[in-house]
Design a protein around this ligand. Structure first.
Ligand code: UDP
Length: 141
């Protein structure tokens, strides 16, 4: 299996709930290493650029408002099959449909305030990592 890197974002709802450590613990127990991390208050431009792929969707304005409503914790995760592994740990977009024991089942409130973001492909992971981190800010472990 390939060693991959992916982006994880702990969204404002989960940061406000003070569960960063609990979510990090799930990554580590699953064998994913944190190789870059920063807390950031996203600007409107940051959020609009990051979610540009969704700009025609009806929920875009609400999504940008939610993502800028408080600080987010952004990390690069590294490990075997990291993209899929992170998506499995997250659970379905709608927490009502998320499997028991997933981050969204345990910490998310609703389909919009859903605790975490994770890259959905290796290609998007590379784009999203570059959106938030300079190459020298991602370590090798
Ligand atoms: N979203 C929303 N309403 C919807 C669908 C999505 O508010 O009906 C938000 C939600 O925060 C989601 C994000 O838009 O996490 C991106 O949607 P996507 O379908 O890419 O889901 P994800 O990859 O985050 O599971």
């Amino acid at each position: 299996m390939a060693i991959e890197k992916t982006i994880s974002i702990i969204k404002p709802d989960a940061v406000a709930k003070n569960v960063i450590g609990e979510i990090y613990s799930r990554f580590e127990k699953a064998g994913l290493k944190i190789v870059a991390a920063k807390m950031k208050q996203l600007s409107k431009e940051d959020a609009e650029g990051f979610y540009a792929v969704h700009k025609e969707r009806p929920f875009f304005g609400d999504l940008v408002a939610f993502m800028t409503s408080g600080p987010v914790m952004i990390q690069v995760l590294e490990g075997e099959n990291a993209v899929l592994k992170n998506r499995e740990l997250m659970g379905a977009t709608n927490p009502k449909e998320a499997a028991a024991g997933t981050i969204r089942a345990d910490f998310a409130e609703s389909i919009d305030a859903n605790a975490v973001h994770g890259s959905d492909s290796l290609e998007n992971a590379a784009i999203e990592i570059a959106y938030f981190f300079k190459p020298e800010d991602v370590v090798s472990r």
